[in-house]
Design a binder for this molecule. Sequence first.
Ligand SMILES: Nc1nc2c(ncn2[C@@H]2O[C@H](COP(=O)(O)OP(=O)(O)OP(=O)(O)O)[C@@H](O)[C@H]2O)c(=O)[nH]1
Length: 407
Amino acid sequence: MLYSEGHLLLLAAPPGRGECPDVGRLLSKLVRCTSTQGRTLLRGTSKKESTLNQSANPVPDEDTAPDAPTVSVGAGAAKPFNEEQRLAALHRYQVLDTTAEQAYDDVTTLASAVCKTPIALISLIDQDRQWFKSRVGLGVSETPRELAFCAHAILQPDEVFEVRDAQLDPRFAGSPLVTGEPGIRFYAGAPLVTADGLPIGTVCVIDREPRALAASERKALQSLARQVVAQLELRHAMAGLELESMTDPLTSLWNRRSLDRRLHAAWNLHVREAAPLSLLMIDLDHFKRINDAHGHPTGDRVLVQAAAIIRDQIGHDGLAARFGGEEFCVVLPGMDAGTAQQRAEQLRRALEDASWPDVKVTASVGVATAAADEDGSPNVMLTRADRALYVAKRDGRNRVRHFEGWS
Ligand SMILES: Nc1nc2c(ncn2[C@@H]2O[C@H](COP(=O)(O)OP(=O)(O)OP(=O)(O)O)[C@@H](O)[C@H]2O)c(=O)[nH]1
């Protein structure tokens, strides 16, 4: 957005002044959406609802409107004193450049309706730009930071930053966003402040006419900003849980469940692109003896080190997972049988040559490949790799075998 970092900029021309959009419906949708995810983002719903409905018919409240802060002119707003932590907090949410989401779009729809502005935005202030997670009434998805009104708004994280007539404000009168499109005259942005007190953006509203926010509208804008932060936190926590549920806690490799998903995805790619697909099944040899001779904790350390070697050896060419116990699996999309066998042999040697804590470690590897035009299924791939692993064990261990048939 155009004003200041870390505010949701609600820049909206009234959707027909005098019209009262169905704010209650939008609000209940928002509350429903957030509460189904186990967290109430809007407390005291009925009170807020009545506040929001009142503010749909705003009466500018000159007494309570905050004064604009003093900021630098020319190259845009000054940077907040805690800019580095602020950017780290923003990037932690991993929300920049993501696609539109209903939960955020509901907020801008509400902001525009409540404040009766034609433009409403959720603006996130990145290092050199402001990027809009959601926007009503504006075509662009980002602007340079130096043009952002929101970059000013984040300098006063506990207040709504309001510019009642940008043409009369020396900081903004010459801005191309005021002199040209979208012709900003009025701006109000409520900073998005994280639990750590870091302002990452705003919820803001913009109008093409000079005006002021009523106290109730200002409050509503701040409520919406709090909801955006709660939504960001919720998504972040869910992503963390998802990752946790897909990861093996001991080795940090993908777990079996994750392997199944990824193998299916790789199989779909194999079918769609008519590309080969290979799979390695790796089993540490006589692992029980390591546990028996050196104890379970040493066995665990060996598993962690083996996982690290497998991950390093495979790099970005495939996906490594812990299949269970002392067994690992590697999915190699696009890799033919010959190359997969070479990589398996390199991996086997790397495990054998590694320096281990007081023990000798080797592994047997089974390889299965679906040629570019071959039918089958992910489960058949697993069974074939398992059969090849069985043959490698049967033939003496510490060796690689490719699936060559069932006999
Ligand atoms: N330390 C440790 N041991 C585990 C873990 N998961 C499974 N194991 C042990 O791995 C051993 C696997 O033993 P087996 O299936 O007999 O296989 P092996 O001794 O490796 O023999 P081969 O596979 O035939 O070469 C068992 O003793 C399990 O208790 C784990 O997370 N940590």
